[in-house]
Ligand binder design. Structure first.
Ligand SMILES: NC(=O)c1ccc[n+]([C@@H]2O[C@H](COP(=O)([O-])OP(=O)(O)OC[C@H]3O[C@@H](n4cnc5c(N)ncnc54)[C@H](O)[C@@H]3O)[C@@H](O)[C@H]2O)c1
Length: 356
């Protein structure tokens, strides 16, 4: 069996889940790793038994015998690196967000078309068991016309600092880091309607709060507690309207004076409503009563690792067998248009219309 030869660009936290996913596959092998930080790249290569190490992705892309790459750098690398990789004839699995903004994302999609390469965006939550169940349920019209949805990805104390807080490298705060996942799921599950308008507010009131005790939090690799710099939002809310008539109410935060972290996805249709997190629960009418119903869905034992395993397996399947891609680049553009509109609406204080 011919193996797909993969390179990892950006040897940081999330790349580990890509690498471990590829390592489980018989038809893939990791042949190179690249990171700006040479020591980090070398240690990574040793740990995962990867033969070639680079600090410059342009050099890595010249390598013969490289078929595909995972782009797992800071957000500002996603566009330039994916474009260079496709131009060098490689298929690309790019982490979310697809780019820093919709314009850059569109150039990536255009490049995929021009070069005939695959551009897959890392919307990894689409591989969750609950999401697959809901996709079928909505396709089978169990909710009827979905006219309203609500989603939130709210952290009480989870500003990671470091590059996440540096707009030049991240493009923004929890909107682009966390919101991207849940807005994508709402859109994916409702048949990918296009957003037509956004009214939003973003806030930067609490920042990083490095001195807070009593709660664990995830810090960026380059987080420096002595330099709690943050020029991106720490919370946001938005009202997003879609071309199918659905209205979405969205909120997100890294830091908020609230009781608990709160992740939710809710859909309201004219036949039924549903809450997806942590377990799926339907709300509907039955024999002239309102009833609540929960399907029995086997939950992943180690969800985070398992969904990345499925994502990398799907990418390799697309590259090796031409299987249609579940997460095409154009879905990343649609989400970037919404995120751009959130930031623009917050800045201008007005509703932003999205065209086409
Ligand atoms: N899908 C998810 O659930 C999920 C979760 C976390 C992070 N992410 C995404 O993954 C990406 C990486 O996040 P992370 O937490 O692993 O960050 P990280 O800081 O741990 O790793 C990023 C690595 O990329 C390297 N890098 C940056 N620019 C580079 C370049 N031009 N060439 C080579 N190396 C470069 C950095 O040196 C760093 O080692 C981000 O885009 C983030 O949004 C996705």
């Amino acid at each position: 069996m011919k193996k797909v030869r993969v390179g990892i660009i950006g040897a940081g936290n999330i790349s580990v889940l890509h690498t471990e996913g590829y390592k489980k596959l018989e038809n893939a092998e990791i042949v190179a790793v690249c990171d700006l930080n040479e020591e980090k790249a070398k240690a990574y290569a040793e740990k995962y038994d990867i033969p070639h190490v680079f600090t410059d992705y342009e050099e890595m892309l010249k390598m013969e015998g490289l078929d595909a790459v995972s782009v797992t750098t800071w957000n500002n690398g996603h566009g330039p690196i994916s474009i260079a990789a496709m131009k060098a004839g490689k298929d690309v699995l790019c982490e979310k967000p697809l780019a820093m903004n919709a314009e850059e994302a569109q150039v990536m999609v255009d490049t995929a078309k021009e070069t005939g390469r695959l551009l897959m965006v890392g919307f990894v939550r689409r591989f969750e068991n609950n999401v697959n169940y809901m996709k079928k349920a909505i396709e089978n019209d169990e909710l009827g016309n979905i006219y309203y949805a609500k989603t939130g990805y709210v952290r009480k104390w989870g500003n990671p600092g470091g590059w996440f807080c540096d707009k030049k490298r991240s493009g923004g705060g929890p909107v682009i880091d966390l919101g991207v996942h849940v807005i994508d799921l709402i859109r994916y599950l409702t048949g990918k309607p296009e957003a037509v308008s956004v009214t939003a507010s973003t806030f930067n009131q609490l920042g990083i709060k490095p001195y807070i005790k009593g709660m664990g939090k995830y810090n960026a690799d380059d987080y420096d507690p002595n330099n709690p710099y943050c020029d991106v939002e720490d919370a946001a809310t938005a009202l997003i309207k879609f071309d199918n008539g659905m209205t979405l109410n969205f909120e997100t935060s890294w830091v908020l004076h609230t009781k608990d972290n709160n992740n939710y996805l809710m859909f309201y249709g004219d036949k039924a409503g549903v809450k997806m997190e942590p377990e799926i629960e339907f709300y509907k009418e039955h024999n002239q009563y309102f009833v609540n119903e929960s399907p029995c869905i086997e939950q992943e034992e180690n969800k985070f690792a398992e969904i990345f395993n499925k994502e990398t397996a799907h990418f390799i399947d697309c590259v090796a067998n031409g299987t249609p891609c579940l997460n095409p680049g154009k879905d990343g553009v649609a989400i970037m248009k919404i995120l751009d509109a959130i930031y623009k609406s917050a800045e201008t204080g007005s509703e932003v219309k999205i065209n086409g």
